[in-house]
Design a binder for this molecule. Structure first.
Ligand SMILES: [Zn+2]
Ligand SMILES: [Zn+2]
Length: 141
């Protein structure tokens, strides 16, 4: 049985509000959405919410580990529901398309730095930059 969105929020110790439920569902159905797209999705579901409220909810959900925030260089922050697996991202330099990619070798090998300088590492962020199929086609024509 899959948990309802409200149960997921409650399970993470968060207060359940219509706005947070709508936000989590928007992020889950989307694919690395920016704040504007998330705000539009939340408004579709529950009517008007302020941008400030969306930022606050995103912050709470990210802090609770329900949503992951990625921020490729030069791109606005993007949010996704796939958390906890330390997966990586392919980012198109031309159109900004983002795709998920699993860790190259089994389980989060990137967590083992060749020299951790005494840091206790819990996350590695890898971004593969290039051109998405659509952009490489239009590039070569
Ligand atoms: Zn592209
Ligand atoms: Zn992702």
């Amino acid at each position: 049985m899959t948990l309802s969105t409200a149960e997921v929020l409650r399970g993470a110790g968060l207060r359940v509000t219509a706005g947070r439920v709508a936000l989590l569902e928007t992020v889950r159905e989307g694919d690395h959405l920016g704040v504007e797209a998330i705000t539009a999705g939340v408004r579709d579901r529950v009517g008007h919410v302020s941008l400030q409220a969306v930022y606050e909810a995103l912050h709470a959900l990210t802090a609770a580990g329900l949503v992951r925030r990625i921020e490729p260089a030069g791109s606005p922050a993007l949010f996704e529901r796939r958390v906890g697996d330390n997966h990586h991202h392919l980012v198109c330099r031309s159109c900004g398309a983002v795709a998920d990619v699993d860790c190259a070798v089994g389980e989060a090998p990137c967590l083992t730095a060749s020299d951790d300088h005494g840091f206790s590492v819990d996350e590695a962020e890898v971004v593969y930059w290039g051109l998405c199929p659509r952009c490489s086609v239009s590039d070569s024509s």
